[in-house]
Design a binder for this molecule. Structure first.
Ligand code: GLC
Ligand code: GLC
Length: 811
């Protein structure tokens, strides 16, 4: 069942009913000021850090679920309603929400009054615009009052929801003309404030939530709205809000536009107060003036659209498959940018107060956005590398504000360091910027202890070699990519975290998955050394890689697939010998991606086993059979009910590893089958089952053993975005940046032919046409560059600001 449709031309998803199976959200903002907004205008805004600078309040897991946002109410002589449906939920005569690139537009109609509200954050300014256009299409003129509503958060989102003995006494506002200033704590240590303003004279306002709603009312029936008059309340402590009351009259066919501006201002310490010892509002006045007239708002909106068009034009595909086109051209890269901005902090599943930035997550995210914003990727890589420890290990997370490693969670996730190599090599292959390797950066953020990035990478690889177990396979530590496979944790205390509790000492539990990673990523590093002319290092790494391949083939594979691990007792995990968890997806993906077993049939068998045991109609489950009870020696993985999360859920992050592995075997049909099973656009028709947004990936879809097979959870902030982008663009469509050019090596379904790709790569534009006259999955017979045949599928990096025509004939 559909709840909307894609509008590809405008790069929008159009939602046709407010009653989606779950709030379907979008993100506003691209630099410092951010907002989350649902299809009924729910959500919140923050400046840089969703915990420490939360501007508006949001109650997660509220009743109803998504109750709180940037709301408007319209009250006429007879009734009142919300033009975004929530929170009043009166029946509207029409409804449409368009989520676009960095903006959301909600258009509705009731009683012949049309309302269109555009929400966006302009580039370069710390404001959120709510542009409200109202048109009377009645034959009679209409009189009504428009009320705005937002609820301020008292900055620190965690205190705001836990420390009422303090927060109920500190709320502070000031009203000046049509602007409501939120200035809690400004008199002491804070030098920032926010404001909500409108470019229209107001007839009243409210800043006290109780005065606006009435002590016992919900947002669906504010007293002020029901009676049609603002109270002009000034809050003192309790709960500050901002509501404007504006009386309007519209003649038949008359239209009015009002611009509301939610802004954030920081003053220098010396400029905190004006000459009258009042809060310095100069910057706020500037912002309010800047967006006072409609024309400047329009211009800012156009700038935002151009910004996104520029980001998204770096890689586009034109094919017979609309879903493929819209995923590759619009929604997948858009989601990758959101993961760049948010990491795993703020979504409708992540509260913005819990997690810092993950070392492994952030490195993997880079794969998805490096071609869009290479400079930012560079900066991110250096930030991440600066938190690395001297022995090559890594803090599992770091804090975006301080950019320091997080002591609470610490280190010991033994896959972490290797991901830094992967992101750095991807960056260099995209940009050709080898200079990044010479950057001198700290270990553990200590500026007195530094090394070049290349040395950091070397230490990353060495970390694995320094931590090998009895079979010569890498020790798993607290966990590897699978945070929940905790083989040393033995936790019996429900009050402790599986990720941070004391682990048993011992160097036995090994990860075949890290082994596969080591081979895949080790080869990348070896290639880099070779390109740098460091032949000895290249040889050293390749010889370690070979040893690891041997170990995996001997100790990491049993009957028909790669094992997952050896546990603390040296017993196999993910083996045919196990009753539960016989086969895991991760090592099948990474080992085959790394090329292990391709020449001797082991890889083929492993991928066939994936198809046989892990494949479902909604994607590939992480393991099978799911654990039916808690196993002390396996940890969190067995704590989840069967079929959910890491215990046999379809963990979308690792499905693309299998797609990539399939392309290594040349099975384009299979790779595409797996791609289309989880790429959200293809699932639009089953939105009632999947529940979440059909335009973005979710972390997890309930697996075949789950009660709600096919139901997705945790959309938006997941490594799934980057890896699926990697799988489809580099391995299926087969356009792979390399140190000196593009390798073009598609692996596609047999029926595909005439795929056109535009790739902007190092200043040149490549128009690539893939022809497949013999209908095969893989293999390139001929390559023409600007009409001239060349003998390999390695197309040079021209770096000449020109456009080049590339024709690739498969065969
Ligand atoms: C979550 C984590 C990621 C981890 C994955 C599997 O997505 O953010 O770091 O690899 O779960 O446990
Ligand atoms: C939990 C989740 C896992 C996530 C981890 C992050 O273990 O199940 O998916 O990676 O928390 O800390």
């Amino acid at each position: 069942m559909n709840y909307g449709h894609f509008d590809d031309k405008n790069k929008e998803y159009v939602i046709e009913t407010p009653k989606t199976p779950y709030p379907w959200i979008n993100y506003l903002g691209s630099d410092k000021f951010f907002g989350l907004i649902s299809n009924t205008a729910g959500g919140y805004s923050f400046y840089k850090d969703a915990r420490f600078r939360r501007l508006t309040r949001y109650r997660y897991n509220n009743i109803p679920l998504d109750n709180g946002g940037r709301y408007f109410y319209i009250k006429d002589e007879k009734e009142y309603y919300s033009p975004t449906w929530m929170p009043v939920k009166s029946q509207l005569d029409s409804y449409e929400c368009r989520h676009g690139m960095g903006y959301t537009k909600i258009k509705t109609m009731k009683n012949n009054l049309k309302t269109e509200i555009l929400y966006f954050v302009p580039l370069g300014d710390n404001v959120e615009i709510h542009k409200v256009k109202i048109k009377n299409i009645d034959e009679k003129s209409k009189k009504f009052t428009l009320f705005s509503f937002i609820e301020f958060c008292l900055w620190n989102a965690y205190d705001d929801m836990t420390n009422y003995q303090r927060t109920y006494s500190i709320g502070d506002v000031e009203v000046e003309g049509s602007t409501i200033f939120h200035k809690t704590d400004y008199r002491e240590r804070r030098n920032h404030y926010s404001f909500y303003s409108v470019n229209y004279p107001i007839d009243g306002f409210d800043t006290d939530r109780d005065a606006f709603l009435g002590q016992y009312n919900g947002l669906n029936e504010p007293e002020v709205v029901t009676k049609g008059e603002s109270n002009n309340s000034i809050v003192s402590g309790w709960n500050p809000i901002a509501s404007h009351g504006i009386k309007l009259e519209l003649a038949p066919m008359e239209e009015k536009t009002l611009v509301f501006v939610l802004g954030y201002v920081e003053n220098d310490k010396e400029e905190k107060w004006d000459s009258d010892n009042r809060m310095n509002k100069v910057k706020a006045h500037h912002l309010i003036n800047k967006f006072y007239d409609e024309a400047s708002v329009k211009e800012a909106y156009e700038d935002l659209k151009n910004h996104w068009n520029n980001l998204l034009c770096k890689f586009t595909v034109e094919s017979h498959d609309d879903n493929l086109n819209r995923m590759v051209n619009i929604w997948n890269p858009y989601q990758c940018m959101v993961t760049f901005n948010m990491s795993r902090s703020a979504s409708y599943f992540e509260t913005g107060i819990g997690r810092g930035m993950g070392f492994r997550d952030s490195n993997q995210d880079i794969l998805g956005f490096v071609h869009q914003i290479p400079e930012k990727a560079r900066e991110r890589i250096l930030d991440i590398a600066s938190t690395q420890l001297e022995d090559g290990g890594a803090y599992h997370q770091y804090q975006p504000l301080t950019k320091k490693g997080n002591h609470e969670i610490g280190s010991g996730f033994n896959d972490d360091p290797l991901w830094l190599i992967l992101s750095t090599v991807a960056y260099i292959k995209e940009t050709g910027d080898f200079s990044i390797l010479k950057e001198d950066i700290p270990y553990n953020c200590d500026i007195n202890n530094t090394g070049t990035l290349l040395e950091h990478l070397e230490k990353s690889l060495q970390f694995t070699l320094n931590n090998l177990g009895p079979h010569g396979l890498p020790l798993i530590g607290r966990a590897d990519w699978n945070d929940c496979l905790n083989l040393n944790c033995f936790s019996e205390n429900p009050d402790e975290s599986f990720q941070t509790c004391d682990n048993k000492k011992g160097r036995t539990a090994e990860s075949v998955f890290i082994g596969g990673m080591f081979v895949y990523i080790g080869k990348e590093l070896a290639q880099l050394y070779e390109r740098l002319g460091l032949d000895k290092k290249n040889q050293e790494v390749l010889s370690e890689v070979d040893k690891m391949v041997q170990c995996i083939e001997v100790h990491g594979y049993d009957e028909g697939w790669f094992l997952r691990a050896y546990d603390y007792y040296g017993m196999k995990v993910g083996s045919i010998e196990n009753n539960e968890g016989k086969i895991f997806i991760e090592p099948q993906g990474f080992c085959v991606m790394a090329g292990i077993g391709i020449d001797n049939g082991k890889a083929l068998k492993a991928l066939d086993a994936v198809d046989q045991y892990l494949n479902t109609k909604y994607g590939l489950v992480l393991l099978w059979p799911a654990y039916g009870k808690y196993h002390l020696h396996l940890g969190e993985i067995s704590s989840y009910p069967e079929g959910y999360k890491e215990n046999g859920g379809i963990f979308c992050h690792n499905n693309p590893w299998i797609m990539i592995a399939e392309t290594r075997l040349g099975r384009g049909d299979k790779a595409y089958e797996y791609y289309s099973k989880i790429a959200p656009a293809y699932l639009e028709d089953i939105s009632e089952i999947r529940k979440l947004e059909p335009y973005v990936y979710a972390q997890m879809i309930a697996g075949k053993e789950a009660i709600r097979h096919g139901e997705a959870k945790n959309s938006w902030l997941t490594g799934t975005a980057a890896w699926n982008y990697e799988a489809i663009t580099k391995w299926i469509l087969g356009i792979k940046p390399d140190f000196d050019g593009l390798i073009i090596d598609p692996c596609i379904p047999k029926e595909w032919n005439n795929i056109k790709i535009k790739r902007v790569f190092r200043k040149a534009t490549y128009h690539i046409t893939i022809k497949n006259p013999e209908h095969i999955c893989k293999g390139v017979k001929k390559v023409f560059v600007d009409g001239r045949e060349q003998h390999s599928n390695y197309v040079a990096a021209f770096e000449d600001n020109l456009t080049h025509e590339i024709e690739v004939v498969m065969g």
